[in-house]
Design a protein around this ligand. Structure first.
Ligand code: DAH
Length: 343
């Protein structure tokens, strides 16, 4: 019996050294320690048939071996498990880690939406320089040097010498500077939507020194105010919602004649008047029929051609659409994700 136990021990250790996976380990466990037919279990069961003298000695040996085997099995089990987790470089069943998904800035979203709306009626997007000549921003728009109307634009001047009639270099304070640039291409008719960054020396809760405008310009033969009004209505319905209307009121700009202020009917009270609007209307921005002097500056014959233009703030439009009155417009550009994630 003693011999048998020794043999069993040898066999067990020989076998267990050879295995390399958990299934094999399980088989060994069953083979030696299995409750029904394990080799060692059988020996233990035979103990009671032995003479008392032998029973004690063999019993101790067999039970010791049982412990040893169980211990070895546990060790090998741990070892194999560790190996498995280290070599499992890619476990396809583990749920993936999702990186947080970003999205476009709300101004970019607004620009894309505006461009798309105008493209549907034949306008194409243009971009003109942000560092611009004084001439395009003012003089070509019927505002000669020292004209008081220029003051409204709070312009940043670049500290370089003026160059002849082009004047000084400035950061463009409005997208209207693209009007004559577009005409200079000499391709008529024109249907452009010029969206770009504009700069003004203003910073407070309702102004940022850099903001965006979009400028519509249409030049063709026999263009009338009715075409302007139709275009405004179309945009307002597409952008703000089919229940909204546009309204034009007389105003003044040097580069348009007549000039208008464009309003949108309030989405909350539908023109009735509420605390979100001014007597039922919200101000969108300026528009008008292009002044003949501007057409001339762009070498377009005002006797043959006429047109309209409008220029509005992208940020303002977007906030109006979202029905948002944010306490400080500068929040748009502080890149605080707690704010931006909401859009
Ligand atoms: N450029 C003007 C501004 O920045 C807005 C504007 C008014 C543009 C009337 C136009 C227009 O094209 O016709 O305040």
């Amino acid at each position: 019996m003693k011999e048998k136990i020794k043999q069993l021990k040898n066999d067990f250790f020989n076998e267990i050294e050879k295995i390399s996976d958990l299934t094999a380990l399980e088989k060994i466990e069953i083979k030696y320690l299995g409750r029904k037919a394990g080799e060692l279990t059988k020996i233990l069961r035979q103990l009671r048939d032995l003479p008392v003298t032998e029973r004690q000695e063999i019993g101790v040996l067999a039970n010791q071996l049982k412990k040893e085997l169980a211990q070895k099995i546990r060790e090998v089990f741990q070892l194999l498990k560790n190996q498995a987790s280290q070599s499992a470089v890619f476990d396809v069943t583990v749920p993936g880690l999702k990186p947080t998904e970003g999205h476009k800035h709300l101004v970019t979203q607004a620009i894309e939406e505006i461009v798309e709306i105008f493209e549907r009626i034949g306008f194409s997007r243009r971009r003109y320089p942000e560092v611009e000549w004084e001439w395009y921003a003012f003089e070509s728009l019927n505002m000669p040097p020292n004209h008081p109307a220029r003051d409204e634009w709070e312009t940043f001047f670049i500290d370089l010498k003026p160059v002849g009639p082009k004047g000084q270099r400035i950061l463009t304070p409005h997208t209207s500077s693209g009007q004559v640039r577009e005409m200079e291409k000499g391709q008529l008719p024109i249907r452009m939507i010029n969206i770009s960054k504009c700069y003004r020396r203003q910073i407070d809760i309702s102004h940022v020194p850099m903001f965006h405008q979009f400028e519509g310009l249409l030049i063709d033969q026999q263009v009338t105010i009715a075409d302007l009004k139709g275009t405004l209505d179309y945009f307002v319905k597409q952008f703000f919602g089919s229940n909204r209307r546009a309204r034009i009121r007389p105003s003044h700009f040097q580069f348009t004649e007549p000039s208008f202020e464009v309003d949108v009917s309030c989405g909350l009270c539908d023109g009735q008047g509420c605390k979100m609007c001014k007597a039922g209307w919200l101000e969108l921005g300026g528009a008008g029929m292009i002044h003949p002097n501007v057409l001339k500056a762009g070498k377009v014959d005002p006797k043959k051609y006429s047109g309209f233009a409008f220029g509005w703030g992208v940020e303002r439009c977007y906030l109006m659409k979202a029905g948002l009155s944010i306490p400080d417009i500068r929040m748009l550009y502080q890149n605080d994700l707690r704010f931006l994630n909401q859009f």
